[in-house]
Ligand binder design. Structure first.
Ligand SMILES: *[C@@H]1O[C@H](CO)[C@@H](O)[C@H](O)[C@H]1NC(C)=O
Ligand SMILES: *[C@@H]1O[C@H](CO)[C@@H](O)[C@H](O)[C@H]1NC(C)=O
Ligand SMILES: *[C@@H]1O[C@H](CO)[C@@H](O)[C@H](O)[C@H]1NC(C)=O
Length: 351
């Protein structure tokens, strides 16, 4: 019995009424081993055409696309996920961890209109830029293109995929400025552009992300430069990592005891401001300010940060006595080292 005839049976039986269902299931079980029963079967014909174009765009892809043949129903192809309603629409595609697969992301990716999750990751020979055809994916929620060799700029047109919630383009060779348009993505809860070669400033528009629910933001390990725009202090970032860039200016806008921020990593920039007047978000778990030009003294309020587990203030221009208390005592000298004139435990006594 072929799969097609089984599907036709299924249609006949459903029109015959609910009572016929157990018979159908029984017959189905007779014909197929349990593994293919659990599987989703054939995908939509247009989606299948798109998948075959995607496969054809790559060379040396035997590992990733070995199962993508007529011997297997396309909803069962490796990395392909169809929707639960069994209409055979492809909703997920994941290609990852293949050192040989080479080529660029094909335009045909835009021909899977029901796609909600798209992942191409850990593919060292995936090159080229991010294709504009992705803007046709009007249901796309997760776009993960991390740890490949993608180059070119981050296209402003990604902002047209307003359904995006999770965008991760980290660990590539993307260059040029961050498009300000990304702040149009009002549903984003994660934005990761880390470990690329991005340059230019942090867009002022990033201040217009939702004040209470901005995305988790990771712009670390790029070549971003210029002053921190004061607008960046408007959203209450849950997690913000701007570390290892060339950013300058006043980052004190990111602080404030009333903010809900839990993780701040500003390590290895050229930030220059006075820490004395800063109050820290009370739920901080992690605070990395090491390797900047931060001056002033450590505010005593640091000792109210009951949840703080990681602190690094080393290699700045901080001065004065480390305020003794329940929090500062948790960290060793390496958290405070390399400052102009910080003193007191765990560093040398003040004179
Ligand atoms: C990137 O992918 C390589 C395999 O190509 C893997 O060994 C490495 O751990 C990955 N790096 C990250 C940061 O995920
Ligand atoms: C903070 O940033 C530095 C520099 O990018 C990095 O080495 C460190 O792992 C980061 N720490 C955390 C906890 O994110
Ligand atoms: C703190 O930062 C310094 C300078 O970047 C680094 O050498 C040290 O390992 C860090 N220490 C901790 C505990 O994170």
């Amino acid at each position: 019995m072929s799969l097609q005839s089984t599907v036709m049976w299924s249609i006949k039986f459903s029109s015959a009424g609910v009572s016929a269902l157990p018979i159908f299931v029984f017959l189905f079980l007779q014909c197929f081993p349990i593994t293919s029963l659990a599987a989703a079967g054939q995908c939509n014909a247009d989606d299948k055409t798109a998948l075959l174009s995607i496969k054809a765009a790559f060379q040396n892809s035997d590992q990733s696309f070995a199962s993508w043949t007529d011997a297997t129903a396309c909803c069962d192809w490796a990395g392909v996920q169809c929707d639960a309603a069994s209409s055979g629409r492809v909703v997920g595609l994941r290609v990852y961890g293949d050192a040989h697969l080479s080529g660029a992301l094909p335009d045909a990716l835009g021909d899977l209109p029901s796609l909600t999750n798209l992942i191409f990751s850990d593919l060292p020979r995936l090159t080229g830029s991010i294709p504009s055809s992705l803007t046709r994916l009007s249901r796309l929620s997760t776009l993960i293109l991390t740890n490949n060799t993608l180059s070119g700029s981050i296209p402003y047109y990604l902002s047209q995929i307003t359904t995006l919630r999770f965008l991760d383009l980290s660990y590539n060779l993307l260059s040029g400025p961050i498009p300000p348009h990304l702040s149009y993505l009002k549903s984003l809860f994660t934005l990761r552009l880390a470990h690329n070669q991005l340059s230019g400033p942090i867009p002022v528009s990033f201040g217009s992300f939702d004040k209470k629910k901005p995305p988790e933001l990771d712009l670390s390990n790029n070549h971003l430069a210029g002053d921190i725009p004061f607008q960046l202090g408007l959203p209450e970032w849950g997690r913000i990592d701007l570390s290892n860039n060339d950013l300058s200016g006043d980052a004190s806008v990111l602080f404030g005891s009333e903010k809900g921020t839990t993780r701040i990593n500003l390590s290895s920039n050229r930030l220059r401001f006075d820490l004395t007047q800063v109050t820290f978000p009370v739920n901080l778990v992690l605070l990395y300010l090491n390797r900047n030009d931060i001056s002033g003294s450590i505010p005593a309020q640091v000792n109210q940060l009951n949840r703080l587990v990681v602190l690094n203030l080393s290699y700045n221009k901080l001065c004065g006595e480390i305020p003794a208390g329940a929090v500062t005592v948790k960290f060793g000298p390496e958290a405070y080292a390399g400052n102009a004139c910080l003193c007191g435990p765990p560093l040398n006594a003040c004179h």
